[in-house]
Ligand binder design. Structure first.
Ligand SMILES: Cc1cc2nc3c(=O)[nH]c(=O)nc-3n(C[C@H](O)[C@H](O)[C@H](O)COP(=O)(O)OP(=O)(O)OC[C@H]3O[C@@H](n4cnc5c(N)ncnc54)[C@H](O)[C@@H]3O)c2cc1C
Ligand code: SF4
Ligand code: SF4
Length: 395
């Protein structure tokens, strides 16, 4: 089914029935949970567990594929879904007043910088340059936000042993920001913490999330999803090629390499899966071996570069101590300039790191190639076909 519809928000009609068939059943669903938090009737469930990370319908009247509220005119779930129909063009138009040019593989942007937190502790606990932690702290201290939706690990943060089970949560203080820092490569639908934030009456939020999640607020604004979209004031994206199912810990790392998750202290992906253990040892696992545990929701995802965030952040610079920052929106640029001016972050132009620039484009192309031809064509526009392998010389 080819879907290139660009309905005007005023005539928006899609409900769970369409969402189910066009996004969930067709394999486009990332598990971002935008639909879950947008549903005003609380009839969309979500299991944040191994081999799940998908929305499902809770009411029995019309079965799992249709919704009684949708039949009566509710359209909130499709208004919130950043994989439904013309999501890329709608979010682009809303944020930038234009759609990306065909060769803008990693989306529309204003600045490309390599940044590191000036605060040594924030830098040290960060995955790369600690930029995300520094920005959250700056936003809190300058009274721009009350809290941020981020990701934590199950268990006591003061205990060394970790479950490595990522959970969405709310960072309200410096201690929370420190506890939530670093990257986990399993899924955490940080948007899900929105319900708790609303229950607490928190009105000004930053969202930290992978590319799929960072398209949620802009698509909600573009499609007028209502009050659920209002608290999102800052949108910090994490560059992302894929996440792995939680089963990778037991079924690969422990079963094949004897690496127990409770003994792991840090992980990273730099061409290989890197794992640091509590006993000081360091291990590398070939990414090809990890592919079998790629989370279902990532397999068709076309967005590596978090193209709808205010600032997208990644670790593909040649120096691990810096965060690559793709500054996209006016508000993102304003905050970035102020953080540089007051010394919160140290920044240098990213264009000087040619390898990082090439990787950013190449990984964005690779992700866009995953987007199915049967879906809205926008994410595939301008994407070069894979180079043909040279033919073997004739014997
Ligand atoms: C699943 C995943 C895949 C990524 N893939 C790439 C990649 O392929 N290439 C690349 O260049 N960069 C990738 N990144 C981004 C990179 O790992 C860093 O998050 C980024 O460079 C910011 O670093 P920092 O030191 O500034 O962030 P920090 O200051 O360490 O802050 C990191 C923030 O990310 C949040 N977070 C951590 N894990 C998760 C999670 N699983 N889900 C949601 N939020 C989370 C934390 O709560 C924290 O708010 C990925 C990140 C994640 C989480
Ligand atoms: S992509 Fe996100 S919003 Fe769309 S159906 Fe899946 S979980 Fe819901
Ligand atoms: S690849 Fe990353 S951004 Fe895309 S769906 Fe998976 S987690 Fe989300």
């Amino acid at each position: 089914m080819s879907t290139t519809t660009t309905e005007a928000p005023g005539r928006w009609v899609g409900q769970w029935l369409e969402l189910y068939h066009e996004v969930i059943d067709s394999g486009l669903c990332t598990g971002c949970a935008g639909c879950v938090i947008a549903c005003p009737h609380d009839v969309i469930g979500y299991e944040h567990e191994e081999k799940q990370y998908r929305p499902f319908h809770l009411e029995e009247e019309l079965g799992p594929t249709d919704c009684i509220h949708g039949q009566k005119g509710c359209t909130s779930c499709t208004r919130a879904c950043p994989r439904y129909r013309a999501w890329e063009t709608q979010a682009d138009e809303h944020l930038f007043g234009r759609t990306r040019e065909p060769d803008e593989m990693y989306g529309i942007h204003r600045q490309l910088l390599l940044c590191r937190a000036a605060d040594d502790h924030i830098h040290d606990v960060g995955q790369d340059g600690g930029f995300v932690g520094a920005m959250l702290l700056w936003l809190l201290e300058h009274d721009y936000i009350d809290a941020a939706l981020t990701s934590f690990l199950d268990g006591d943060p003061n205990e060394q042993a970790s479950s490595w089970k990522a959970r969405p949560g709310i960072a309200r203080t410096r201690d929370d920001i420190v506890a939530s820092a670093g990257s986990r490569y399993t899924y955490s639908a940080n948007t899900l913490a929105m319900k708790e934030a609303m229950d607490e009456g928190i009105g000004r939020l930053a969202l930290v999330g992978m590319s799929c999640q960072s398209s949620v607020p802009p698509i909600m604004w573009a499609r007028m999803a209502g009050k659920i979209a209002r608290p999102f004031l800052f949108n910090i994206g994490l560059l992302c090629s894929k996440t792995f199912d939680d089963a990778i810990f037991a079924e690969l790392f422990e079963a094949k390499y004897g690496l127990k998750r409770e003994d792991m202290v840090k992980m990273n992906i730099k061409g290989v899966f890197q794992i640091w253990m509590r006993d000081g040892s360091y291990h590398e696992v070939d990414l090809k071996e990890c592919h079998a545990w790629t989370r279902e929701g990532c397999k068709s995802c076309p967005d590596f570069a978090a193209e709808h965030a205010d600032i997208s952040t990644g670790g593909i610079g040649e120096d691990n101590a810096w965060t690559l920052c793709v500054v996209r929106t006016a508000i993102g640029e304003e905050v970035m300039n102020r953080m540089i001016a007051d010394g919160t972050v140290i920044a240098r132009p990213a264009e000087t790191d040619e390898k990082a620039m090439k990787l950013l484009r190449m990984l964005s192309v690779v992700s866009r190639r995953r987007w199915p031809k049967t879906a809205d064509e926008a994410p595939s526009i301008g994407v070069p076909p894979p180079k043909k392998k040279a033919a073997a010389p004739a014997p």
